[in-house]
Design a protein around this ligand. Structure first.
Ligand code: RBZ
Ligand code: NIO
Length: 353
């Protein structure tokens, strides 16, 4: 599927199953609404799976990696080489995301959208490199418009593979890319028009001086390129990143193929935002996992009009929040299927007498 075909293919989840789920949830032997957001998630998942007995058996987290020319401006605490090192760590199973994904019963698959390193062809990752890192967005466009579309289509292709070869039931999205809180903050500043000073955070933990510089870098880039907020591909091309494009493609791909996607923190949500600006229907297939410490994330959540499931003070990325939220989505499916209704309880009691 190319981008337009994928957008065309998006249909809403099944409303009848949503209604049936809502009815069952409200008939359950407990005060109405007492399981809060779990009920909302359960209802939505029933509509997506077209079932009241949903099993999220195959859970996969795709961690999209890419490098960023803007690191030359001193926006991150860490050197660019760490991006490639972490991709190897994901493959070896020793990174934070591997641990939390194992706990959630999910598989981790790394994807190279634009890392500044030549990975071995037989390394078990998705090989979707657009180019070895974006250009420095403070000086020129991060990528061309064509590259932006290619990066989104790479994400769509990954979603297709997970659907056909692995029949994935729930997809989590995560990121790895030194410097990528800068393009992610620039993306939300471009869409919202909010002053970067209000929404730029410390990423890996930069000090006050570096933070002031990061704000100026983003301001300068927005002044230089004036990305068009009505044209999400323009925003991605001028101030985004290859992994952010891939993350957008995963959300569009999931919505087109009809499976739920749960996005992680600042960077994965920047991708989700681009997806939903391009294809508003994709939102119906999306869950936001948690509220990141990075303040720009709240502005993304606000723009999406969604409520994250968790608020744990996370600021890591990789898909860690998505992995944790998967456990709640699993819990939501069990809430719907297994909690007895008042009627079922009275039948059971009658049977016992
Ligand atoms: C070892 C290490 C592992 C990480 N895992 C995720 N990130 C997170 O930090 C980076 C973004 O922050 P900034 O924009 O400040 O560079 C991304 O790679 C993000 O995934 C990591 C960062 C490091 C150093
Ligand atoms: O919210 C995130 O995903 C995040 C925050 C800081 C650094 N890296 C990622």
């Amino acid at each position: 599927m190319n981008l337009n075909e994928a957008i065309e293919k998006i249909r809403p989840p099944d409303e009848q199953f949503e209604q049936k789920a809502a009815a069952r949830l409200s008939d359950q032997a407990r005060p109405g609404g007492s399981l809060g957001m779990l009920e909302d998630a359960a209802r939505r998942l029933a509509g997506m799976a077209r079932s009241l007995d949903v099993h999220l058996k195959r859970k996969v987290i795709v961690t999209c990696a890419g490098d960023h020319g803007v690191v030359a401006e001193g926006v991150s605490l860490f050197p660019q080489e760490v991006t490639a090192q972490m991709v190897y760590n994901f493959v070896d199973g020793g990174a934070s995301i591997n641990v939390l994904a194992r706990h959630a019963g999910a598989e981790v698959r790394a994807a190279d959208l634009g890392v500044n390193h030549d990975f071995e062809k037989n390394l078990p990752i998705f090989h979707e490199k657009i180019r070895k890192g974006t250009d420095n967005l403070r000086r020129k466009s991060a990528m061309t418009r064509r590259e932006a579309i290619l990066s989104i289509e790479a994400g769509i292709r990954i979603a297709e593979q997970l659907h056909t070869a692995h029949s994935v039931d729930l997809l989590g999205t995560g990121d790895m890319g030194i410097g990528n809180t800068t393009p992610s903050s620039a993306v939300i500043a471009a869409f919202s028009g909010i002053d970067p000073k209000k929404l730029v955070g410390r990423g890996t933990g930069i000090d006050d001086t570096a933070l002031t510089n990061k704000i100026e870098v983003i301001r300068g880039a927005l002044d230089l390129h004036t990305p068009d907020p009505k044209d999400p591909v323009d925003v991605l091309a001028k101030v985004g990143g290859f992994e952010i494009g891939g993350l957008a493609g995963l959300v569009i791909g999931g919505a087109a193929l009809g499976f739920p996607v749960v996005c992680d923190g600042l960077i994965a949500t920047a991708g989700a935002l681009i997806a939903c600006e391009l294809a508003p229907g994709a939102k119906k297939w999306l869950f936001t996992s948690h509220r990141s410490v990075e303040i720009g994330h709240q502005f993304m959540i606000d723009r999406l009009g969604m409520e994250p499931l968790l608020d744990l003070g996370l600021r890591l990325g990789e898909g860690t929040g998505a992995a944790l939220a998967m456990e709640l989505l699993d819990a939501a499916t069990r809430v719907l299927a297994e909690i007895r209704t008042f009627e079922e309880v009275s039948i059971r009691n009658a049977q016992k007498q």
